[in-house]
Design a protein around this ligand. Structure first.
Ligand code: MG
Length: 257
C-alpha cells in the first residue's frame, strides 16, 4: 500500500473515532430533535425511590462553602444588593417577590452540591408546586420542583435541564423532605470572535441517582424556547430562582474544576 493511502486511512479512521466519541458523548442528541419544548406527550422517566434523606453532606476541605445555614453573605440580588431570602434553622427559604439570588463569586467549570426541600404543605400543581431552580452561570437551569405525584411536562420536571432534557429517572422525595443535587458543570467555550467552540455539559446526581450523564446543552435554558448560545464570560455567578414558592436550601458548596 502506498504511504499516502495509509495516511488517508489513518486520517479517516481517526475522524471516525472522533465522530463516534462525539456521538457517544451526546447519546440523547436525537431525543432533543424529536420533542418540541415542553411537549406534553414526551414520556416521563420512571419513578425510583432514592431511600430516605441523610444528614447534610460534609463539604470537602477544598470546597467553597456558599451557604452554611447561617448567613447569606455569599449571596446578593440581581442588582448587587444583599439577598433578602429568609434564613432560619439552618436553611434559607425563598422570600416570594424578592427575586433570584446570585453568588458574589463567579464560577466556570465546577462541582456543585445543593440540598433543597419543596414545601411540606402541597399547594398548586404542575409548574407552580415547589418551583425554584439552580442556574449554573446564571444561565443554565437544573429545575427544582415538587414532582412527587405532580404531573407536568417532562422537560420541566424536577432535575430537568429545563426545556431540554428530562432527568433519566424521577427520584423525587416527598414534599418537605431534603433532596440533593450533585452537579458537574463544564462551561461552554467561545472563541475570540464569540462563536461557540464547545457546548455546556452537565452531569447531575439527584438524591445520589444519575439524572444526567455528561449531557450537552442546546444553549441557555428558557421557557417555551430553546435559544442558541450567546457568548458570555467564562466565569459567572450561580443563581437560585424565586418562582414564588417557599422552597428551602441548605448546605451549598462548590469546587472549581
Ligand atoms: Mg424553575
Amino acid at each position: 500500500m502506498k504511504k499516502s493511502a495509509m495516511i488517508a486511512i489513518a486520517v479517516v479512521s481517526t475522524l471516525g473515532l472522533i465522530g463516534s466519541l462525539v456521538g457517544q458523548s451526546n447519546p440523547r442528541a436525537n431525543e432533543i430533535q424529536k420533542w418540541a419544548v415542553h411537549d406534553e406527550t414526551r414520556p416521563m422517566p420512571s419513578v425510583v425511590d432514592p431511600g430516605p434523606a441523610g444528614p447534610p453532606a460534609p463539604a470537602p476541605s477544598d470546597a467553597v462553602v456558599l451557604f452554611d445555614g447561617t448567613s447569606l453573605s455569599q449571596w446578593m440580588t440581581a442588582k448587587g444588593e444583599p439577598a433578602k431570602w429568609k434564613v432560619e434553622n439552618g436553611y434559607m427559604e425563598v422570600a416570594k417577590g424578592t427575586g433570584e439570588i446570585r453568588t458574589r463569586s463567579r464560577f466556570g467549570d465546577c462541582q456543585l452540591h445543593v440540598e433543597w426541600a419543596s414545601p411540606a404543605e402541597v399547594l398548586g400543581s404542575s409548574q407552580s408546586r415547589g418551583n425554584s431552580g439552580v442556574f449554573l452561570m446564571g444561565t443554565y437551569e437544573v429545575q427544582v420542583l415538587d414532582c412527587y405525584d405532580n404531573k407536568t411536562y417532562a422537560d420541566g420536571m424536577t432535575a430537568s435541564l429545563y426545556g431540554q432534557y428530562p432527568p433519566l429517572v424521577n427520584a423525587c422525595r416527598k414534599p418537605g423532605e431534603w433532596q440533593t443535587y450533585d452537579i458537574v458543570f463544564i462551561a461552554p467555550r467561545f472563541d475570540k470572535a464569540g462563536q461557540l467552540v464547545s457546548p455546556a455539559r452537565m452531569t447531575v446526581f439527584w438524591n445520589g441517582i444519575l439524572a444526567h450523564n455528561d449531557q450537552e446543552l442546546t444553549g441557555p435554558t428558557a421557557h417555551m424556547a430553546r435559544p442558541p448560545y450567546a457568548v458570555h464570560a467564562d466565569h459567572l455567578p450561580i443563581a437560585l430562582q424565586d418562582h414564588g414558592n417557599p422552597v428551602r436550601f441548605r448546605n451549598i458548596w462548590i469546587r472549581g474544576l
